[in-house]
Write a new protein. Structure first.
Length: 412
């Protein structure tokens, strides 16, 4: 759940409704308290005359809560709510239904008293979310009383139902408590905000449990991924149509340029997918051309294990395949397992031919010598390479690691 959800009730319409509920509602309560000190009958008359006002502010708030709940439960997090400012409760039967439920809570709070016990408050608190969600989701109070719908809702919400109970019953119950027992201006403001927030979070909980609830939603992570996948598949299809045309016309270089342009700065994401697709491409040269650059990018990212596996698979297709750079090849030979010693020997054998301008030819020969001696049991070839380094590369032969290793060989 995104932390921005705590700001959603504070959109302009929400702020206006929260302020209207707080100011007007507190004003009504102030006058009721004032009349109560004069004459009880006048108090009840004032409450009766203020009912249209209470309906206006409470039902408007409930209608906006319904809009937020519906918007969030459908997964439309980053989109604007439709008809967000249309919160006239006198033109909405939905507002009337929600207000009736709030009035029932008001009556329960009045009946239970100022200090409710767990026994008197628990059952109503557990039942209220079923009624509220039935109206919010199906616009029907009778649907909440159907056993099949109750089982489906409870089963779909699962262990999230206690959270929904706290959110919905707690927020509406607190609003009713303040109206009946504690006429505090700041608390009323907080209760209105909490009421909107509770419905938004409940909508997010339903979206989270959408699969279990079998909800019809407008946007979800799965749907977004499917749309992205379908769009990507279409682009891939168009790309490979062009690549095939270029290769058939003998324009391998043009095909590779178009391939690179398609990937752009998404190489880390697209390289594995592109390699898999190119394995079945009609011109294997394009696969190898992409693979040699893919290999280099993996080495640059430090993924030597995967790069070595890619190198081996490419060598199985073309034994002349080599990395782009001499340093990449030396790095990959370090990542090789002992059972790949024979392959390492082959790769290092023609190192000087593949990279004639390399500064690491002596180092490659030295590594090959050690592989021959230590892993392939070919001491004769290894010693010959050691002697060759001494005569052809005196600077490398003067290094400490070379001298130590050569001295160790002579003592064996």
């Amino acid at each position: 759940m995104k932390w921005q959800i705590f700001l959603w009730p504070l959109k302009p319409t929400g702020v206006f409704l929260i302020l209207a509920y707080t100011v007007i509602g507190w004003g009504f309560l102030f006058f009721v308290d004032f009349y109560f000190t004069i004459e009880p009958l006048t108090r009840w008359l004032s409450i009766g005359f203020s009912l249209p006002g209470w309906y206006m502010i409470a039902a408007s708030l409930a209608l906006y809560a319904h809009k937020m709940f519906t918007h969030v439960s459908r997964g439309l997090f980053g989109q604007r709510m439709q008809q967000e400012t249309n919160v006239n409760p006198f033109q909405s039967f939905m507002a009337f239904k929600l207000w009736i439920l709030m009035a029932v809570v008001f009556g329960l709070v009045l009946a239970i008293g100022e200090t409710p016990t767990l026994a008197t408050a628990l059952l109503p608190a557990l039942i209220f979310p079923l009624l509220w969600l039935a109206v919010m989701m199906q616009e029907s109070l009778s649907a909440a009383l159907h056993p099949r719908n109750i089982v489906a809702l409870l089963g779909g919400l699962g262990y999230a139902y206690p959270l929904v109970t706290v959110l919905l019953s707690g927020s509406v119950g607190y609003m009713a408590y303040l109206i009946v027992w504690e006429h505090n201006f700041l608390a009323m403001f907080a209760s209105a905000y909490g009421f909107l927030l509770a419905n938004a979070i409940t909508g997010a909980v339903l979206f989270w449990r959408r699969a279990e609830l079998n909800l019809d939603i407008d946007q979800s992570v799965e749907q977004a991924r499917m749309r992205e996948f379908n769009a990507e598949s279409t682009k891939f299809g168009q790309l490979f149509h062009e690549l095939r045309r270029h290769c058939e016309n003998g324009n391998l270089g043009t095909a590779f340029e178009e391939l690179q342009s398609f990937m752009g700065d998404r190489t880390e994401e697209l390289d594995p997918l592109m390699h898999e697709r190119l394995l079945g491409f009609q011109d294997i040269r394009l696969m190898l051309l992409h693979a040699v650059h893919y290999l280099q990018r993996m080495v640059d990212r430090g993924k030597t294990g995967k790069a070595w596996a890619l190198l081996k698979s490419c060598l199985a297709i073309d034994d002349r395949f080599r990395p782009l750079t001499d340093s990449a090849l030396l790095t990959l030979t370090r990542a090789a397992e002992p059972e790949d010693a024979a392959l390492v020997n082959i790769l290092l054998e023609d190192f000087h031919l593949c990279y004639p301008d390399s500064k690491h030819i002596a180092s490659a020969k030295f590594r090959r010598a050690r592989v021959c001696i230590e892993l392939l049991n070919d001491k004769k070839a290894g010693v010959a390479l050691i002697e060759e380094i001494a005569s052809d590369y005196p600077e490398f032969a003067a290094t400490e690691r070379y001298e130590v290793y050569r001295a160790r060989l002579q003592t064996r």
